[in-house]
Design a protein around this ligand. Sequence first.
Ligand code: SF4
Length: 473
Amino acid sequence: MTLVAKPSRRRGRAAVPKVGFVSLGCPKALVDSERILTQLRAEGYEVAGDYGGADLVVVNTCGFIDEAVQESLDAIGEALAENGKVIVTGCLGARRGSGGGTLVGEVHPKVLAVTGPHAAGEVMAHVHAHLPRPHDPFTDLVPAGGVKLTPRHYAYLKISEGCNHRCTFCIIPSLRGDLVSRPIGEVMREAEALVKAGVKELLVVSQDTSAYGADLRYRTGFVGGRPVRTRMTELVRELARLGAWVRLHYVYPYRHVDEVLPLMAEGSVLPYLDVPFQHSHPRILKLMKRPASGETNIERIRAWRSICPQLTIRSTFIAGFPGETEAEFEHLLDFLREAELDRVGCFAYSPVEGAAANALPGALSGEVREARRARFMALQAAISARRLQRRVGTTTTVIVDAIEHDRQARAWRAAARSAGEAPEIDGVVYVALDGEAQARALAPGSELTVRIVRADEHDLFALAQEPAAPPRR
Ligand code: SF4
């Protein structure tokens, strides 16, 4: 969960209608926030930096796990207390309460309106009703790529909404509905606008990127007048033409994913796959109702690496799923040892209200779930450290995210990422800089060629070689 924008408690109002915005949740929710903010700015609203300066506050919520629900409810309560006029949107907005209305409406009856996720139009209608749109908006004040909550040099590109799967631990389909893919022409127009606006890295997100276009029967759309099928491989090929880094998230290990590996091997898109495996044991995967078979995953990983040896694989897992035996957990640890994944996250299973898995027999105690997660992470830490150690001595291109200054050590460094690190979720490549002059010559989004000199289990440490070549166009 990311809190990307939260007004402070300062006071003071201006004449132009101002909307405060609190954005919680995953990258998909972040994209929804960006759409609403873009629309607000396009219509002439201003975005307030504090509750007191806002005429109204929109809170985009997360409803994924109980902790996120509580954080969202608290954020709504704070916005009501500090401002009083609050519109709620996002996943939590879709949750039903015990009385049949929305959960949000039951907990906070003073909110002006509640919508579910992916509802920019509905949110705008509520904003218009409670804070009439200003006359004669200056639409040219909106940047070409829309309003972004991410740094200027990278952006999330949401290609679809919803999901056709019914994983038993997940309530996203009941919150966001079945898969709805965006037309390929529309996705490409947005991607082009982002790159024109200075974005150097496009992060493709959805609930299931490999299923892109399945709901449209992979129908042919048009990109710049050319017919192109609405399908993951074709989309990735089109994105590769833009010259920016393209990073794929939430890819399931279906057979057709093999088609994008040659594009990674030839350098058209980043050799990086975020594949949420969740478990390895066939019985647990069946109980989870996970898409794609667990039995062939190791073979699939081997095949991918044989096509693209520089591939970074990131994944997430759940330890302590209901009914998971010690032997099945050991199977998962064996899978980890064999798969040697580069970047891995693991959650101890946590029941989510409304999830089918809650009814499964054999729920494990919190201690067992947490102990298994800790064993899993200890093993993976050693594997990650080994994988990163292999990169010591190599030369690579990085994009700078931030310049940092250690006052005590009087040292400057750049926090950067290579193809192997996605923002927010993976480690960082720390590049030692040769004093303030070099630091001032860099800015977030600068590219550098660096030599990796050290690694720990999470991050890499490097020395700058020279500015990298400009990105491919
Ligand atoms: S694939 Fe499974 S975990 Fe992912 S959104 Fe769909 S139902 Fe949820």
